[in-house]
Ligand binder design. Structure first.
Ligand code: HEM
Length: 561
């Protein structure tokens, strides 16, 4: 309802009547007393619930702990709170909503994996879902009722037919080719390594989704979509400023975007759904293009009648490939370069292994994986050391009241896995900021028990675990293995010839984090390797020519609407 209509609907004549009958002072006093009693009753309820929930700092009435949040990187603060309260999970009140933060791998596994039947829903999310990609987007879907669960299963199934474990094996050839082009580009313009990774990651999901590769790092699909993802990621960190404050006061989200600067431009404008309209147009365009019959957009349009998919669902199914898969994968590769630069000693065993198994005449392929155990461990450590989705992506929410260690976790509570704290626990990862691949080799003294096979929780948990995990893992392995095989990453020198240091803590503050820009020197390890990379890069370009193409749509055009 528009604000003007709201005022029209107010029974103002009653107010006038009451003012004449009881006088303004009496009325004001009554209102004040009612308000104070209401606030006290509400606060008593908050304190009662708090006494049953996991420990945490004392909330204030109405605003909870919101204003105790630090300006940046709240995951570090939650890790400290967990230590302070000596509890693996803590409660932190964002406004009147208690949120639970899991800071320990075993508790995350107990709750989000072993009790996945209860913990696989999402809470109501104003900023990320209602004003962002939509609460009915797979990533945000609430699964409290049977009907919601069935719809979520359909969305998950359709997504897995695009990027599930079996399916992504078919993408290995073009993923490998795109990765060879990263190496080729690094030979020519090593200083643009971030752009090369962004191009690679975006191109892979673009071929999967739209049958079209992205050959230029300046393609707007990269510059606009990745910039948009960075903005979304920075807006969605729990915080005490707008727009995140709307989670505490949801009524503020009801104002039209045009007259509500605190919404930071989020939400639809008039009839325009902007992001949705853009991804729908992109998918429709790809579905109508001749060739590449196996691309995901074509599949989604083919299956639409069977699953009764509406345009918004089609848009989010295809848009998620970019939204969830490009910034995450490229940021992980930037982290890999930082680790290689900051911990050069960890590359020596990798080079020994690669030189023995692969040699200099060709780069590593998927078939080499089983013969490169150290390389596999090194990639696992990239995922562990600085996980991109640092608070585990979107929160989970239980579909019923639950108890853990005697603590109540009420239905629909916002439950967030603090991946930073989980991957920094000294018990599982001694000296956690040291990049150390041996942690992932079971016969090595640095190995420690950790729940599950993987040795990290970078991709989330249980039934909501990342749908694109297999695609991201195989691509990251391949590209990191190729980088290590092909390049020496040394300190860049300043104008005086002095090595420029790097800071392993200098990361962005968003929900998806990546290292802030840093300079490195990237050079091929040998002439034979350089020649192999040139040869493979040229061949890959020829192989990928079939995916060359243009889209007529620009995200910025839709956002101007
Ligand atoms: C390094 C790369 C990636 C990382 C670290 C990552 C991480 C995550 C995390 C932490 C979640 C939330 C899991 C949870 O709630 O427990 C998630 C969900 C999701 N991811 Fe990824 N992701 C990556 C790449 C991808 C790719 C390449 C795609 C698709 C092409 C993708 C698609 C999705 C989808 C659709 C969901 C929502 C699943 C659901 O809610 O049911 N991700 N991802």
């Amino acid at each position: 309802m528009a604000i003007e209509q709201l005022f029209e609907a107010l029974p103002l004549h009653y107010v006038q009547h009451a003012l004449t009958k009881y006088g303004a002072a009496n009325l004001g006093l009554t209102l004040l007393v009612t308000l104070v009693v209401g606030i006290l009753a509400d606060y008593a309820w908050m304190l009662y619930i708090r006494s049953k929930m996991p420990p945490g700092p004392l909330p204030w009435p109405i605003v909870g702990n919101t204003f105790q949040l630090p300006d940046v990187k709240p995951w570090i603060y939650f890790e400290e709170l967990s230590k302070k309260f000596n509890a693996p999970i803590i409660t932190f009140w964002i406004g009147r909503n208690p949120t639970v933060w899991i800071n320990d791998a075993w508790t995350a596994s107990d709750l989000l994996e072993k009790r996945a039947g209860i913990y696989s829903s999402r809470p109501r999310m104003l900023v990320f879902a209602e004003l962002g990609s939509g609460q009915n987007n797979l990533v945000n879907m609430i699964t409290t009722t049977q009907a919601q669960r069935e719809r979520w299963r359909v969305m998950r199934k359709v997504t897995h037919q695009g990027v599930g474990i079996q399916q992504v094996r078919k993408y290995r050839d073009f993923q490998n080719d795109e990765s060879k082009i990263v190496a080729y580009d690094l030979l020519k313009t090593p200083e643009y390594y971030v752009e090369h990774f962004e191009r690679y990651a975006t191109s892979v999901v673009s071929i999967v989704g739209f049958g079209r590769r992205v050959s230029d790092a300046k393609d707007p699909i990269i510059t606009e979509v990745i910039a948009f993802m960075h903005r979304a990621a920075s807006l969605n960190v729990p915080g005490k400023t707008f727009p995140m404050l709307m989670e505490t006061f949801p009524f503020l989200a009801k104002f039209p975007t045009e007259i509500a600067p605190w919404k930071g431009g989020l939400g639809r404008r008039g009839k325009s759904y902007r992001g949705h309209d853009f991804f729908y147009s992109l998918a429709e365009e790809a579905a109508n293009n001749p060739g590449h019959e196996d691309c995901y957009s074509k599949f989604v349009f083919r299956e639409a009648p069977k699953y009764n998919l509406n345009p918004q669902e089609i848009s989010s199914l295809s848009g998620n490939l970019f939204g969830a898969g490009s910034d995450t994968s490229s940021s992980t590769l930037v982290t890999a370069v930082l680790a290689m630069r900051a911990f050069p000693d960890t590359l020596i065993p990798a080079w020994e292994e690669l030189d023995r198994v692969v040699g200099s005449d060709r780069s590593p392929t998927f078939d080499d994986d089983e013969n490169l155990p150290y390389m596999r461990a090194l990639v696992k450590e990239v995922f562990r050391w600085r996980s991109v989705a640092i608070i585990g992506g979107q929160p989970h929410a239980p579909t019923q009241d639950d108890y853990y260690n005697g603590w109540l976790i009420p239905k629909q509570t916002w439950v967030q896995g603090n991946v930073w704290a989980i991957h920094h626990n000294e018990r599982e990862f001694p000296d956690p900021d040291r990049f150390n691949p041996y942690r992932h080799m079971k016969d090595h003294p640095d190995w420690r028990p950790f729940p599950g096979e993987k040795g990290y929780m970078t991709f989330g948990w249980g039934r909501r675990v990342c749908s694109g995990q297999a695609l991201a893992e195989q691509g990251t392995w391949l590209t990191v293995a190729r980088l290590v095989w092909g390049f020496k990453i040394s300190p860049a020198l300043d104008a005086q010839g002095i090595p420029i240091p790097v800071d392993i803590f200098n990361y962005t503050d968003g929900l998806n984090m990546r290292p802030r820009p840093f300079k490195v020197d990237i050079k091929p390890r040998s002439e034979a390797i350089r020649q192999a990379m040139v040869h493979e890069g040229e061949q890959a370009l020829a192989d990928l020519a079939q995916y060359e193409g243009e889209t007529k749509y620009r995200m910025s055009t839709f956002y101007k609407k």
